[in-house]
Design a protein around this ligand. Structure first.
Ligand code: NI
Length: 253
């Protein structure tokens, strides 16, 4: 069920039985020599819509921009300043809160968003009563990492991974041009975070330690189906009163 496909009386009817909404968020940024600039919001939105349907939870339109300053050395990348991203989250959540939404489940596709989203949640908690937040980054899950390892081993790398590119091949057939030859994997020394200029010098084609030539749509379907199952289960726990104490984030203290 997508907010974009409902009329307002239908949203009111939904709110009579649920106050939860999924907000997909990603980034528009380079993803190596053949990955799509939309990879991070396409994956987050695709997983969110399928999981939302499975769990009966409304899914808001995806937020296609994120915190991507380090990718600005590559054409096509668009970044929000962290302060803009926090303001956007505050305004989107604040608008939905005014209509009665209280449970905000952020389905994230971009690692660079995580720190800023946590800061935004703290700010919104302070300003608006009764909010519940959960942030899920689809690849940060033991079962997903196990499948990634089975599919791509050490060649999954850290950016422009064959995993995320495979998921986009499944979601947008024909959009990704296959790489002609395996990519050479290097592990250059560097300190994180990198500036836009240093990122391009350190990782000249935009990949970080990955071989995107391994990506394929069949692997993407396996990853996608697993993520949808896991996120749907997580949505059930989110809408039925929270996670078990032993499953809480370890850094919550
Ligand atoms: Ni990505």
């Amino acid at each position: 069920m997508q907010l974009a496909h409902l009329a307002w009386p239908e949203v009111e009817r939904y709110l009579a039985s649920s106050d939860a909404v999924v907000i997909p968020i990603g980034s528009t940024e380079q993803h190596g020599p053949n990955g799509l600039c939309g990879t991070d919001f396409l994956t987050a939105d695709g997983i969110a819509r399928a999981a939302g349907d499975a769990a009966g939870v409304l899914v808001a339109p995806p937020l296609p921009y994120g915190m991507a300053t380090h990718h600005m050395g590559f054409a096509g990348t668009v970044t929000l300043r962290p302060s803009t991203l926090m303001a956007m989250v505050h305004d989107v959540v604040g608008s939905l809160h005014r209509h009665g939404f209280r449970g905000f489940y952020f389905m994230n596709g971009h690692g660079g968003n995580i720190a800023t989203l946590h800061a935004a949640f703290s700010e919104v908690h302070h300003a608006l009563a009764g909010c519940r937040f959960r942030l899920t980054s689809w690849w940060q899950n033991a079962e997903v990492r196990k499948l990634e390892k089975e599919l791509f081993g050490e060649k999954n790398g850290r950016h422009a991974t064959p995993s995320e590119i495979s998921v986009t091949m499944h979601l947008a057939p024909g959009a990704v041009e296959p790489l002609g030859a395996p990519a050479v994997i290097e592990h250059p020394r560097h300190d994180w975070p990198l500036s836009a200029e240093d990122f391009r010098k350190t990782f000249p084609d935009g990949r970080m330690e990955s071989d995107p030539s391994l990506a394929d749509a069949g692997a993407g379907k396996r990853l996608f189906d697993l993520c949808v199952k896991l996120v749907a289960e997580d949505l059930w726990s989110f809408t039925s009163g929270g996670r078990a104490a032993d499953a809480q984030d370890r850094d919550a203290h």
